[in-house]
Design a protein around this ligand. Sequence first.
Ligand code: 7RM
Length: 657
Amino acid sequence: MSDQNADPNTGQIDNVLHEERLFPPSADFSQQANIASMSDYQTLYDAAKNDPDKFWADIANQEMHWFKPFDRVVEQNGKDVHWFAGGQTNMSFNCLDAHIAAGNGDRAAIIWEGEPGDQRTLSYAQLHAEVCKFANVLKKLDIGVGDVVSIYMPMTPELAIAMLACTRIGAIHSVIFAGFSAEAIADRNNDASAKLQITSDGLFRRGKTLPLKETVDAALEKSRSVENCIVLKRAQNDCPMTDRRDHWWHELMDGASPDCPATPLDSEATSFILYTSGSTGKPKGIRHTTAGYNIWAKKTFQWVFDWKPEDVYWCTADCGWITGHSYIVYGPMANGATCLMYEGAPNHPAPDRFWDIVERHKVTILYTAPTAIRAFVKWGDQHIEKHDLSSLRLLGTVGEGINPETWIWYHEKIGGGNCPIVDTWWQTETGGIMMSPLPGATSTKPGSCTKPLPGVVPVIVDESLTPVGPNQGGMLCIAKPWPGMLRGIWGDDQRFTEQYWSTYPGNYLTGDNARIDNDGYYWIMGRIDDVINVSGHRLSTIEVESAMVSHPNVAECAAVGRPHELKGQAIAVFVSIKDTEASDQLRDELKLHVRKEIGALAVPDDIRFTEALPKTRSGKIMRRLLRDIAAGREAAGDVSTLEDFSVLAKISADDES
Ligand code: 7RM
């Protein structure tokens, strides 16, 4: 079955994994869906492709409040793209005031649950009042249009309030995930010239209190531009307060006016920057703007999540990642959705915490990451079987490719066999979802993100920039501008050009490899840098990994290439196992299994058993580090995003034989 005829000289990637299962949406789901058939999808897709100006102008006029109408829809000059130029709008207004004006002020905006079990619900009217008060607090501290505010907070409603207060007055937020070190905060604050820091006295994680403020204090010693620091009391954790610089959130809010009209902002005004780790070690501040990002987050949320006002929608990401920005705050709230927000760990106090939350709050839409799903598989089905999950009607995944066997488990155990799964492919840079099934229309295939959304024009090319044919992998690029696209890297235009726009001029380079199958479905094959080259055959990490994960004793795994005298590279696989002990026999069995699933070419040379894999704090496997270990080198490069340092030490120390 494997396609071993790809020409090794063009940089195409062999496709060796074939997943044939097909899951059409049920008639019941389609009947109630916002987009109910593939022909409806095709009509939308063609309209966006054939006349983007009209398509996006209509949506922008219908769905956004404009303080000043835009003059032009889209203009592109290479990497410089402008959407809705001449117009003025405000994201915070579109997420709050618009719903109150429409009579929906009483609808729950945030249903929040803290890790210790405390709960709060904020209606859109209440959220609006808090945001306005906090926006006035920001103004008092001399924050205005274009100032950068650094946010390092636990997943509390105040985190969303801080973000919406910034965008209300045109301040630029830079949210830093509350697991990063003082060093990482200082780097980001300095790069952005942040003027204000917002944090909390502490954070609850697995029953422990983490002293956030102390980390921030260490960071602020090195953050020259930060003038003030606002501290939310969350953990009742004693923390040092520096005179004049530090202020308690509740004291500043006390007496702040709830009246703060949203500032009209240019469509292309920077709304936020969000740092992602780059391969060179220096984090990049991905810059997003106002109108285009807002529309992209809003529309993609409607399309992909088939959202209805009655839904209780839960995205388990943290606001420190783009997923939290676009699908906890700006996308759902631009639509007036009810969002569940959870502060803590998925296994506190027990591994059934998520399912307990779904049952109690009658969650209807759940959006989570493959890394979390693989953990649930490993923890065992008994934690799920205890709970009634029948409120769920739609499931989503984001962050990494999902191995087909994990997809099937999610479908059966969490979705009860009758929830569509939307596997959403996108990036910090894209601002919102780019490829995904539309759950009422698309028949899904486990492991495929299926088709591009309206407005997305992908192209896959080999190294000579020739578009590849079906089932041949190549570099995934986006040929046309879309409203949610990044507008730059903060303070580094050259890096922006080099990284995204110079490989295939005029096209945005995603950095991922992908292939299209015979039905026009897209399969993401991993990062370009991660391809494994065995005797001239270029193999995708995800395909080797998916073959391994389909073995019943494999919980998760990572495949990387290591230097090999004869073959160029050999395949090394790091495996975390379940329900059994590591043994040579299992190692042989796994090799046999891969040979059977995808062929001799992909059989790993090394299999190393490990308790855990090195992951970023957002749950992505760090193959770059594993490459070093597999080659016998010391792991080098940027490790600031690594979640658990002890994992590296453990893997390196493991005996290979
Ligand atoms: C949203 C987010 C982006 C990278 C991206 C891919 C990988 C994300 C999927 C996926 C396969 C998916 N932003 N990725 N989603 N790969 N299927 N559905 O994750 O900037 O943090 O990462 O993540 O490699 O380029 S991100």
